[in-house]
Structures are given as C-alpha cells and as structure tokens.
Design a protein around this ligand. Structure first.
Ligand code: ARG
Length: 464
C-alpha cells in the first residue's frame, strides 16, 4: 500500500470498494494550488519552529514550486491510487524532494485542517468572481434604466394592473436585491477570512507552529481561536451556498419577468438574437432560454444548499468523513453562477424595450383609480370615502367598457360633487407618476435620485 498516508497499524490495504468510495480527487483536485500554497506557509512555520533547517526549507520550497508547475501544466495529476488531493500532493512532493525531506512536511498538520482551510480559500476567491458577475448584472440594469428615464409601464401586484410605474424604477427594483447579494458576499468574506490551518486533526499542534503566520501568508485576517471549531464547522460554506441560492432566486425573479415580457401577449421586449434560441421545428420561434435556464438553475442552487445543510445536520464534533460531501455542492454553486451570470447580464444589456406599447398599457385596467382617491384626499375627503367614490368611478367605467379618463364630467359629478373636472389633472400616466416624488417613489425626479444613490452604494462594494 505504497503512497498511502497510513499503514503502521494496518496489516492490509483497503478493499477496492472502500478505495473507490473514499476517493475524492475527481472533485477536490481543483484545490491543488491552494493546498500547495498552504504547504509553503506550513514549511515556513516548521522552519521558524526549528523543525526544518534553512537548507531543508529551501529544498522544500523548490520542490513545491516544481510540483505546482507540474500541476498547472498537467504533467502531474492524481494517480488512480491517490485518495485525495492532499495525499496525492504529498506523493508528488516526495517524488520531487525525496522521502527524507518530503516526509517532514506532514508534521503538525492534518488533512482535516488543510481541507477546512483550502475550502475557505477557494470560496473567498469565487465569492469575488461571483460578485463581479452580479455587479455586471446590476450595471446592465442601471444602463437600461438610464436609457429609459421617462418610459412608463404597468406596475402590477398579483400580476394585475395596479399603478403606472417607470420602467427604470421597475428595473432598479431588481438591482437593489442584487446589490444586497454582493454586500452579502463581502460580509461572508469577513467570516471566511479566518484560517483553520494549525488546528491539526482537531486539538491543535504541539510543535510550536504559528497559525497566525500561516493565516497571514494565505491571505486570511486571522487564525481560528478553537481548533475543534476550525476543523469541524462548515457554516461558512453553508453561508456561501445560501448567498449563491439567493442570487439564483434573484436572477430567477428578473428572468421570469423577461419571459413574460417577451410573450406575444405582453409584447414589452424583444430579445437580442445573441441571447435567444430558435426551434428545431417551428421556424418562427425565438425563445428566452437564458432566462429559463436562470429560472431552472435557481432550483439547482437551492438543492446545493439543502444538500449541504442535510449533510451537516446532526454531525458530532469534530471532523467526520461526512464532511467530504461538503465540497461538491459549493463547487457546483460557484460553477453554476459563474456560467449563468455572464449570460443573464448579456441578456439584460441587449433587451429592446417596446416603450410605446408599455406606455399605452400603463394606465389601462383602471390603474389611475388610486390617483382619483388621493386627489380627493387632497380636496379634504377622508380616504375611506375617497376609496369608495373612486371605486364607483371604476364601476361606472367598467359598465360602459371604457377607461376612467373616458368618463364625462357629468358622470364624475353624478358619483360625487367633489369630483369636479379638475380631477382630470391626475388622470394621466405622467400626472400619476410625477406626483409620487418622495424618496423611493416612481416619479422621474425620485428615480434620478435613486440611481445616484444606487450607484454610490455599488461603488462602495465594487472593489470587494
Ligand atoms: N478528503 C477529506 C475531505 O474532503 C479530508 C481528509 C480527511 N480525512 C480523514 N480521514 N480524516 O474532507
């Protein structure tokens, strides 16, 4: 059983079935360069602790450099007999540094603290990649909002026409949650910036190693205060998976709207050819596959989170082999978003909005009824009464098959003496929109202020 990481107390090697079950190189190989970075840092603290001579450290670092080159070039890969990335890279190191020197690196560390650290390093890097993709999506939404500063559209609740809103206001309502997602990634990163290296198998090291030095070399803010927590906890991974799921859900929400907007019935948008697909049988088809894949992949991201949480539930301290199952869900979550985000941001950036159709529909379906009620309130009518009166106007219009602005002065007057012809001031989309000018409202002036505030918040989190 050459190359195995243990053997002393065993009289035989593992069964083939166990070896096959145990093996994780298929998915943990992507941590190889992080593992080598950890080995360099570990070699340095072994030197500081007097456990390697200066020459040995030089030899070790040179061998690790060669190993990394070979890993990057593909000259060195996991062997069939390697169980995991850590064991394989120890084999590779021994091949390059010799068994005497190569065999010294494992002192004071365990695959348990290695894997916990490598996972955090990987997720911190990928949190930044994902954040960049989310920021590109936010930028695309802002660009579309700025390209359509005055275009109205029907605002809906329960998918029913509710009140007119600006298209820009609606688009930005998808940008804010995505901004919070980027902030969540940055916040996740603060908790992930604590290194478990030096925790050993679970109890820490007796060899006088300096976990803070390793943490600093690997780009962490600090080392863990509890070696059991450091090796056994995966809440930080679960947090990444949760934020990834939330991003998936937020992308799915905007995608669902694009799918609807692109229908013949809505007719609000045309998808760019580069971000839509055709049909193998129906020559006329132009399908919103990007949006549908976003909607579909959000389910997959939620599955990654749910699977990981189910793995973690009920695990006693400290390390348990169940934890080998922690990696595929978070790797899949990062892969999924890194694939999806450029497509979604591209789709949004290239949408053509049919603003005339949206404007025409914006006030329809009695969407100005609230404006009548609020106008009455400004004339001193209690809202409860105003609501009733406006409702009666809706009923009158509905009976005649017309919209509110088609009612005659006489019809308004017969509903209430308060409904003078002046009510027509608010019976237009523009009047309705511009009246909602407080912070957060849909008036063009309020939306302009909103864009400035959003851009400031985006710039604050962008460098993350
Ligand atoms: N490959 C393992 C994992 O991914 C780390 C190795 C720890 N194995 C062990 N038997 N203690 O979690």
């Amino acid at each position: 059983n050459e190359g195995a990481l243990w053997g002393g107390r065993f009289s035989g090697g593992p069964a083939d079935a166990l070896a096959a079950l145990s093996k994780s190189t298929d998915f943990d190989w992507r941590l190889a360069r992080y593992d080598i970075a950890g080995s360099r840092a570990h070699a340095r603290v072994l030197r500081t602790a007097g456990l390697l001579t200066a020459e040995e450290l030089d030899g070790m670092l040179a061998a690790l450099d060669r190993l990394e080159e070979d890993v990057v070039s593909g000259a060195y890969t996991a062997a069939e007999s390697d169980e995991d990335v850590h064991g394989s890279l120890e084999r590779g190191l021994i091949e390059r540094a010799g068994p005497e020197l190569g065999g010294k690196l494992r002192a004071g560390r365990s695959r348990n603290d290695q894997i916990a650290t490598m996972g955090r390093m990987y997720l911190r890097d990928h949190a930044r990649l994902v954040a960049r993709g989310v920021l590109a999506t936010i930028d695309a939404l802002i660009a579309q909002a700025e390209a359509h500063p005055y275009a109205p559209m029907p605002g809906r609740t329960h998918l029913q026409h509710a009140q007119p809103v600006l298209l820009s206001h609606h688009l930005l309502a998808h940008a804010w949650p995505l901004l919070r997602d980027v902030q969540r990634l940055a916040d996740f990163d603060r908790r992930a910036a604590v290194s478990p290296y030096g925790s050993g198998a679970l109890a820490g090291s007796s060899l006088g190693l300096d976990p803070e030095a390793v943490a600093a070399e690997l780009g962490f803010d600090s080392a863990v205060w509890n070696s059991i927590d450091g090796t056994a906890a995966r809440d930080v991974y679960a947090e990444f998976a949760w934020v990834a799921s939330m991003i998936g859900v937020d992308l799915s929400r905007v995608s669902e709207e694009v799918i609807f907007w692109a229908t013949k019935e809505a007719g609000f948008v045309t998808l760019d050819d580069a971000f839509s697909t055709g049909s193998s049988i129906m020559p006329q088809k132009k399908n919103p596959d990007v949006a549908e894949l976003a909607r579909g992949k959000s389910g997959r991201l939620i599955g990654d989170l749910a699977g990981l949480l189910a793995t973690l539930k009920g695990l006693p301290l400290a390390y348990n082999r169940d934890l080998q199952e922690d990696k595929e869900p978070v790797f899949d979550a990062a892969d999924t978003l890194e694939l999806l985000l450029p497509a979604v941001s591209g789709m949004i950036a290239t949408l053509t909005f049919h603003t005339e159709r949206m404007a025409e529909l914006a006030p329809q379906g009695f969407a100005l009824a609230t404006d009548i009620a609020e106008w009455l309130v400004r004339q001193g009518v209690p809202f409860r009464v105003a609501h009733e009166l406006s409702g009666e106007c809706v009923q009158a219009a509905e009976k005649r098959g017309v919209e509110l602005w088609d009612l005659t002065d006489e019809e308004f007057a017969s509903v209430s003496e308060h409904l003078t012809p002046q009510v027509r001031q608010v019976l237009s989309t523009e009047g309705s929109l511009s009246s909602r000018d407080a912070q957060g409202g849909t008036a063009p002036s309020a939306v302009a202020a909103q864009i400035a505030a959003l851009k400031e918040a985006v710039d604050e989190v962008r460098p993350f």
